[in-house]
Design a protein around this ligand. Structure first.
Ligand code: ZN
Ligand code: ZN
Ligand code: ZN
Length: 573
């Protein structure tokens, strides 16, 4: 278009026009040209690219929740995305471990931990000789409270995110990310986020880190000034509908459920005022265990759209929201609890509120939402075994004591630095000083560990590099294995098993995730708005495909270490 405009210029000398007229014609043509040029520059992308991309991650959301609770959902929340959008019904994670940090990093980088380096939420760092958190960074401090919960940054994220790619290409694009959890906000926002905000359990404020800014934006300060944790925690969490109608979940008073602080039974109603009156239980600390954790995040998201003007110009912006409360409640009560049913019935209404606001403020044609999860969850293993299903616990503290004793007997020293996330880190320095062959020691550990009850496979770093076989378990472990961050030996457990430290009554309550099995890997993926048409897609796809699809929706260069493929079906306008 710029070149066509140039060709339209009148050649004044040939036309024989007077100089003043000629000057005016040229000025008009120049202004027109500048207008075209500036509209192209500010447009950034293409006519049909969205003005706002909203990523919603529901922490620990199993695929089946979309269906198990669907007849109690509103027509305008999850169900409007399922009916009027693209519903990808066979979306899985393609690596282990399926934890929150790796999940968010993989969704937004379009690759696996083997490339982005977020191999767990916390893992053993060989250089520091201690366990680190995936987003800790002591070189930055908290903005928005007196706690140290803001000493964070994306420093450990070794590849770019889709949000980085957007900011790199279009610096005027706005990227805002938020979550109750720090990693749920920081990893989606990438390295160049304009603002990443998470919840501070001590103050009840949304905070950030000096990595991003020196002072909270006014809209976050105003939000914090409302003191929502105190307001919401002065009431009661009861079921949204009569609990007797909650026929999609198990009994409320179940032996598989943990107790919330300040509560003597795992049952409704949760009298939050009474619970927070107990010494040591604070409104700020308990809020994320209640549906109000989702409410405050939705309200903060809506505040950000308004205050930051997201989706208001032709440059695509991104808003990344990660709902952590479903995970926090899911760990405590398990996927078949009344509590988790109520969390999802209420979250559905939060999604409805957000969609309704986006329709008004941006317009359905100009936003696109994707909704997925960072992993799903295993039913409480004790509940599985009580029903005669496969499952159980592997007590790693006990196992490691035995391993260290066996190594001391054989080598004179234990030679183990740490066990974290079923990765065993060996002491390379001591092995070298003793003149031992590292591979021989690694093989000894692997052969020892495969004998532990509940262990399905054991892989060594060397096997993960050299193997070239079509083995789905090996491939998932390899995708989750990073050369500098992972251990020397990696275990995977049998289906239905969770690793625990030691056996106890408490260890057999509640549940977790992290495995390569479908209960942890099979999650929803819904697309809605913009060019997305109504469809159901049944072919298998990987979590890394989301970012690849986004690069096409936004007409961006593919993200640096991306290994996913585009979901072509949803891209056809
Ligand atoms: Zn999670
Ligand atoms: Zn209960
Ligand atoms: Zn979790």
């Amino acid at each position: 278009m710029i070149f066509n405009t140039k060709l339209m210029y009148v050649n004044c000398s040939k036309a024989g026009l007077n100089q003043y007229f000629c000057f005016m014609v040229k000025l008009k043509q120049l202004l027109f040209g500048l207008f075209i040029l500036s509209s192209i520059v500010s447009k950034g992308q293409q006519d049909n690219s969205p003005k706002l991309v909203v990523g919603i991650v529901v922490d620990q959301m199993c695929y089946e929740y979309l269906y198990r609770f669907s007849h109690k959902f509103s027509d305008h929340g999850f169900k409007v995305m399922m009916k009027d959008g693209a519903n990808c019904r066979n979306m899985n994670f393609n690596y282990v471990p399926t934890y929150t940090g790796p999940g968010h990093a993989s969704i937004y980088t379009g690759t696996t931990p083997s490339n982005h380096g977020i191999v767990a939420n916390d893992w053993f760092d060989r250089k520091l000789g201690r366990s680190i958190n995936c987003v800790e960074d002591s070189s930055y401090s908290t903005v928005g409270s007196a706690s140290n919960a803001g000493s964070c940054s994306p420093i450990n994220l070794k590849s770019n995110t889709i949000t980085d790619q957007l900011k790199l290409t279009y610096p005027n694009a706005k990227v805002i990310s938020m979550s109750i959890k720090n990693r749920g906000a920081i990893l989606p926002g990438g390295h160049l986020s304009d603002g990443s905000f998470w919840y501070d359990y001590s103050s009840g404020n949304f905070i950030t880190s000096t990595y991003y800014m020196q002072e909270l934006p006014t809209w976050v300060k105003q939000f914090n000034a409302q003191k929502y944790s105190e307001k919401y925690m002065s009431g009661t969490w009861n079921t949204l509908y009569d609990i007797n109608t909650y026929t999609e979940s198990g009994v409320d008073n179940s032996k598989y459920e943990h107790l919330l602080p300040g509560k003597e039974t795992p049952t409704f109603p949760y009298n939050l005022k009474a619970m927070t009156a107990i010494e040591g239980v604070t409104a700020q600390g308990i809020l994320p265990y209640t549906p109000y954790g989702n409410t405050i995040l939705t309200d903060l998201a809506i505040s950000s759209i308004l205050a930051e003007g997201l989706g208001q110009d032709n440059q695509t912006d991104m808003l990344c929201i990660s709902y952590s409360t479903p995970d926090i409640v899911g760990h405590a009560f398990g996927p078949y609890s009344k509590e988790i049913e109520d969390i999802y019935l209420r979250l559905d209404l939060e999604v409805e509120k957000l969609i309704s606001y986006l329709k008004k403020s941006v317009g359905k044609k100009d936003f696109v939402i994707f909704l997925t999860a960072d992993h799903a969850v295993v039913p409480v293993p004790q509940n599985l075994t009580d029903q005669g299903l496969p499952g159980g616990y592997v007590f790693m503290d006990t196992n490691m004591v035995q391993l260290k004793a066996a190594m001391t007997e054989k080598y004179g020293q234990a030679l183990v630095l740490e066990q974290d996330n079923l990765n065993i880190y060996l002491n390379h320095d001591s092995i070298s000083i003793l003149g031992l062959d590292l591979n021989e020691v690694v093989d000894f550990v692997a052969e020892y560990a495969i004998q532990w009850a509940g262990v399905k496979r054991v892989f060594t770093g060397g096997q993960l590099y050299n193997a070239n076989v079509d083995d789905p378990w090996l491939n998932k472990v390899r995708n989750g294995y990073h050369h500098s961050e992972s251990g020397d030996v990696v275990l995977i457990l049998e289906p239905g098993y969770l690793p625990k430290g030691q056996d106890s009554e408490l260890a057999r309550k509640g549940t977790s995730h992290g495995s390569a099995y479908s209960y942890d890997t099979h999650v929803p993926l819904l697309w809605y708005g913009n060019i997305i048409k109504e469809m159901e897609i049944f072919r298998p796809m990987n979590i890394t495909d989301i970012t690849s699809t986004l690069t096409h929706l936004m007409y961006l260069q593919q993200v640096n270490a991306m290994t996913g493929r585009p979901i072509e079906e949803v891209l056809v306008d």
